[in-house]
Design a protein around this ligand. Structure first.
Ligand SMILES: [Zn+2]
Length: 199
């Protein structure tokens, strides 16, 4: 068997953040509050807000940036080291799959909400458009491996492929994963690992 490293995929690091439901946003910031957009994110339609909330766990608390627009259910995305500081072990999940995940409390300028669930460690993933997925020969839900070429390169396995026409080619890692490869905050480049049998 032979291993090839194929292509170049931009890597982005997602720091801890929270997506709020409209009801939780109203409770934390007040009814009808409008978030101030700090910057648009690479995946269409999403933005980082200037606002932050405080995530409270049994061992501590952390400031967490709000990402908009609102979602159906509040979702808190943490790196494992964030969870260690809070005393909450985030459940490794795909974004949006929250049933039975860990809980926490959130505090904003106008109030507090206690979440029974919604705290996850977003499984590392590749965003890719349908067209590019054909070129790269990957399917939605595939699990791939890629070598991240930071100062201390790391090969990550169990990267989930997520396909949508609006997606831009990108691997999303959390801060722990980026730090392991000594990547700068702005991210870097990964190469897809492909195994082939020697003829
Ligand atoms: Zn992502």
């Amino acid at each position: 068997m032979h291993i090839d490293y194929d292509g170049e995929i931009p890597v982005e690091i997602s720091a801890r953040h929270v997506h709020l439901s409209q009801a939780d946003q109203d409770a934390l910031f007040g009814d009808g509050y409008e978030m101030k957009v700090m910057k648009s994110l690479s995946q269409t339609g999403q933005y980082a807000a200037e606002e932050k909330v405080t995530v409270v766990g049994p061992k501590g608390e952390l400031e967490c940036r709000v990402l908009g627009p609102c979602r159906k259910q509040t979702q808190v995305e943490l790196a494992v080291s964030d969870g260690v500081r809070l005393g909450i072990m985030p459940t490794v999940r795909l974004s949006g799959d929250l049933a039975g995940s860990a809980g926490c409390s959130l505090v904003g300028p106008k109030g507090r909400v206690d979440l029974k669930e919604g705290v996850i460690n977003d499984v590392r993933h590749l965003h890719i458009s349908d067209k590019e997925a054909e070129e790269w020969k990957v399917k939605d839900g595939d699990v791939i491996s890629a070598r991240v070429d930071g100062e201390t390169p790391v090969t990550f396995h169990a990267i989930r492929v997520r396909i949508h026409p609006s997606f831009r080619l990108n691997i999303h890692l959390d801060t722990d994963e980026g730090n392991a490869a000594a990547l700068p905050k702005g991210g870097g480049i990964a190469k897809l690992l492909r195994e082939r049998d020697d003829a």
